[in-house]
Write a protein that binds this ligand. Structure first.
Ligand SMILES: *Cc1c(COP(=O)(O)O)cnc(C)c1O
Length: 880
């Protein structure tokens, strides 16, 4: 009989073991090896069978075993030490607390604030989090990144509060049908059986968050609190009795359902998330966040809720509240793939935020305008969450330099009139959390050989003096571990697909711990091209079966449940990998999750990635491999485009821009085969008299020495603090000080400037010094502008100058603000300035008028610009 309800009964631990519960409840164990060792010691066999899930361990361990441990003095001493270590980790000052004022740009901090002007708290919103395989609340890179962000914030002492949803089914676990088709299972989770506690009011009742829905209904949620080291993470859960069944199902699964379902999830995340933070701060006395960071567009409604708060509680107008909200909001965009961006039909937004459900303070027309694609090429029927995210955030970034450039092009329409290079979208390249992803053997080697890196993050060159034999030895251990675990997984998968033991005896010899191992694991959207390596099966076979330089490939990945095409690709791979002649050299391992990910990035010699450039915004799995001494073999996309240096791996040439997709695939696949045969396999099998691949190991050392400091999430989170959080906090303070006087003034100024802008014009431009100029000369420029109703203080008149291309377009121009502002006839103003001619060659300049205000984050922020009537404003010269 099937149970109709399931729940978890928590073990009551004997008094001397109580601290085990504290250790389990703080997810720091997910990246802290000593704590994991302690859990293992509770019951080593059980630890293996519960797949390293400490909550299950404590749920299933026999009372007799606990009783014995409660009297085991050595165990109790270890428990005490581990608990004290956690306590120190949670309370001692860390990087953020000791960051000096001098490190930080911007105004000095007010009394009582964190040093360096940094915010006293930051709210971080994400629809998914990958913290540990035991909490399957993630589907891929976005969630893993969010998990690494929180863990690293904890390590650095950055006062982040995470906000997300608790999905009762999490992401699916994947298995295969007998004919290789992906099957999905959504194992239910019971929050009581997870390291979570319910957020409660001081009187003990569970906190209730509610948001209004059409027809007078409300959506209620409770809030679970997870502790990620020092970082609290609030997870909203709609599975509560006050809700009817459809409302209970809002948080049933990650990215489940279509339009309405998804919109409700996002309303709960954004609006409910802000309310959950308010409740958490009220109950615990935690500082209110000064900065709100939204990880992709899904949580964008948080801006609407903060506007509502400011209007209803502080009497601001919508526009004033918008300024105050924008100032403290950071938006990170994560994908250049249009299908990856959340868009809803406008009617849906109208239905949920309009009609009887409309808040007077937040008119639906204003909401619709925030998400409107009202720029050339936009779709007027949709509401775009990323576009809203950008309009609600003063600071926006992509996740690698290349992705920043691609995003500036993709969203440039929002700042029409400006060159793409000036679109105010920056970038911070993603990073990975070392303690989560790096093999213990490697961490221990690093602690022994290059302690400075572990202590201060500096001194990576030290890796050069580590003995090569030692590195090679660890690589062998990790490869062997992968091979063993892969066999176990293969056997389980084949058994589950209906094969008998006799039919799968070959699995005992699948893969070889001494063969060059290439890993390829990722989600399976089409742009990642799971099956590119199979473009020419004959050639692939010959690579796998090469008698002198064999290669083995380990593949994993989940297709989105609704993506039939992706499932077909998986089936193609699975079928090929089942062929008798190659099945010992190419395997597909089902159910790619964090645990399998760790095994793969640690055990593979080469990490392969062949997306369609430039659709991989960043990619992080290759960074994990690099930190473990793996080498990357990848298309120059995302992070690899930025940091490939010719010696730290291999670049698969990409044929972007080439005519047909098929042709492009064929060319790139051929280049991939050639790289593997001629370079990768050659370097791996070229051994010296000691049996070491010298050149390979040089590349490994070079990889670690050069990429190590870049790919770490500590670098990423520090960059966010310095370049985004601290400036956003400064802006937010300037807006809110003195009863929001700054926000009121900025909103009024923006309205005045926007209304007056159509009359702003560049009337006349002249310069001298262009006749036969030489490097070092100066060009003097005079410009007459009509500012209409605006004052000189409202604008900047600038010369853009520098190199020009064949079409007279300025390439990476410099800008010089002109001064003077002398009245000439009819209220016009003359500006003057001198442009230095610093470089020889084709040179050009133009002028522009842009709004200028100390509270703007950049010149392009308002999307307003006045240019000279083309083309007379442009003068070209040839410098000698
Ligand atoms: C690191 C990781 C990802 C993201 O890696 P990409 O390089 O972006 O594909 C996805 N899933 C898992 C399980 C991971 O560990």
């Amino acid at each position: 009989m099937k149970a109709i309800r399931r729940f978890t009964v928590r073990t009551v631990l004997p008094e001397p073991l109580r601290q085990l519960e504290e250790l389990v409840l703080n997810l720091r164990w997910s990246w802290h090896h000593e704590t994991l060792d302690l859990f293992r010691a509770v019951d080593p066999a059980l630890w293996r069978s519960v797949r390293h899930d400490p909550v299950r361990l404590l749920g299933e361990v026999a009372p007799e075993r606990l009783a014995r441990l409660a009297g085991d003095r050595r165990f109790l001493r270890r428990l005490q030490d581990t608990a004290e270590d956690l306590h120190d980790y949670l309370t001692a000052p860390r990087w953020y607390q000791t960051r000096s004022e001098a490190d930080a740009p911007g105004p000095p901090s007010p009394p009582g604030a964190e040093p360096g002007g940094a915010p006293s708290a930051i709210a971080y919103f994400s629809p998914e989090y990958g913290i540990t395989a035991a909490l399957p609340q993630y589907s891929g890179g976005l969630g893993i990144l969010a998990g690494d962000h929180l863990k690293t914030a904890s390590d650095l002492g950055v006062p982040i509060i995470g906000v997300g949803l608790l999905y009762r089914h999490g992401y699916f676990s994947q298995s295969l049908s007998p004919d290789g088709w992906q099957l999905e299972r959504y194992p239910p989770i019971d929050p009581n059986g997870l390291p979570l506690t319910l957020l409660r009011e001081p009187d003990g009742t569970a906190v209730r968050i509610s948001i209004g829905l059409p027809k007078g209904r409300d959506l209620h949620a409770q809030v679970w609190l997870a502790r990620v080291g020092r970082v609290p993470k609030l997870l909203l859960d709609s599975d509560v009795e006050d809700n009817d069944q459809p409302a209970r199902d809002v948080t049933d699964r990650l990215y489940g359902g279509g339009g309405d379902h998804r919109l409700l999830q996002e309303m709960l995340l954004g609006i409910g998330g802000v309310r959950a933070i308010r409740a958490y701060c009220r109950i615990t006395g935690h500082d209110a966040p000064e900065v709100f960071h939204t990880n992709e567009g899904h949580a964008g409604f948080l801006g609407l809720e903060r506007i509502r708060e400011l209007v209803s509680e502080h009497g601001l107008t919508f526009d004033e509240a918008l300024e105050a909200t924008r100032a403290g909001t950071v938006f990170t965009t994560h994908t250049p793939v249009p299908a990856g961006i959340d868009r809803f039909p406008r009617e849906l937004i109208q239905r949920y935020f309009g009609g009887p459900n409309e808040e007077d303070d937040v008119p639906v027309e204003r909401i619709l305008a925030l998400g409107a694609e009202d720029y050339p090429g936009g779709d007027r029927t949709v509401f775009n969450m990323a576009v809203m995210g950008m309009r609600l955030a003063q600071r926006v970034n992509g996740v690698s330099e290349l992705h920043g450039r691609v995003s500036r092009e993709m969203f440039g329409g929002l700042w029409g009139g400006f060159d793409t290079s000036e679109v105010p979208i920056g970038s911070i390249t993603n990073g990975v959390h070392a303690d989560t992803w790096v093999a213990r053997e490697v961490l221990e080697l690093a602690a022994r050989e290059i302690p400075a890196v572990v202590e201060s993050g500096r001194g990576w060159e030290g890796v050069q003096k580590v003995r090569e034999g030692e590195i090679w030895q660890i690589r062998r251990v990790l490869r062997e571990r992968l091979v063993q675990d892969a066999r176990r997984r293969l056997r389980a998968s084949w058994r589950q697909r209906g094969a008998s033991e006799a039919e799968i005896s070959w699995v005992d010899d699948a893969l070889d711990p001494d063969v060059l191992t290439i890993g390829f694991a990722r989600r399976v959207p089409s742009y990642k091209r799971l099956t590119l390596m199979m473009s020419d099966q004959k050639r692939l076979r010959s690579i796998l079966l090469d008698p002198d330089r064999p290669v083995q490939i380990v593949i994993a990945g989940k297709a989105h449940p609704a993506d039939e095409g992706g499932k077909r690709l998986i089936q193609d791979i699975v079928r090929f990998a089942g062929s008798e002649d190659v099945r010992h050299r190419i395997v597909f391992l089902p159910d790619y999750d964090m645990a399998l990910g760790q095994l793969l990035v640690q055990g593979c010699d080469v990490w392969m990635n062949n997306p369609l450039r430039p659709l991989e915004a960043c990619g992080t799995s290759g960074m994990k491999a690099a930190l473990n001494g793996g080498l990357n073999l990848s298309v120059l996309d995302g992070w690899w485009d930025e940091w490939y240096d010719g010696q730290n791996g291999w670049a698969i040439p990409s044929a972007d821009g080439l005519a047909t997709p098929d042709r492009r695939d064929a060319l790139e696949a051929a280049a991939l085969y050639e790289l593997i045969e001629e370079h990768v396999a050659v370097a791996f099998y070229d051994r010296d008299s000691a049996g070491l691949p010298r050149h390979w190991l040089e590349m490994v050392k070079h990889t670690i020495a050069t990429l190590g400091p870049k790919v770490l999430a500590t670098r990423m989170v520090r960059d966010y603090v310095e370049d985004y959080y601290a400036p956003a906090a400064a802006s937010a303070r300037a807006m809110s000080a003195d009863k929001h006087a700054g926000a009121r003034a900025l909103a009024a100024w923006k309205r005045r400037v926007a209304e007056a802008w159509p009359r702003v014009a560049v009337e006349h431009v002249e310069s001298n010094g262009e006749e036969g100029p030489q490097v070092g000369a100066r060009l003097s420029v005079r410009v007459v502008v009509d500012l209409g109703d605006l004052d000189p203080g409202d604008v900047a008149v600038e010369v853009a100058y520098g190199r020009v291309d064949g079409a007279d377009t300025l390439v990476d121009p410099s800008y010089l603000e002109l001064g003077g502002a002398e009245p000439v006839e009819d209220g016009r103003l003359r500006y003057v300035g001198e442009v230095p001619l610093e470089r020889s060659g084709a040179f050009g300049y133009s002028v522009r008028v842009v709004p200028s205000h100390p509270m703007l984050a950049g010149r392009a922020e308002m999307g307003l610009i006045a240019l000279p009537p083309a083309p007379s404003g442009m003068t070209n010269g040839d410098l000698r």
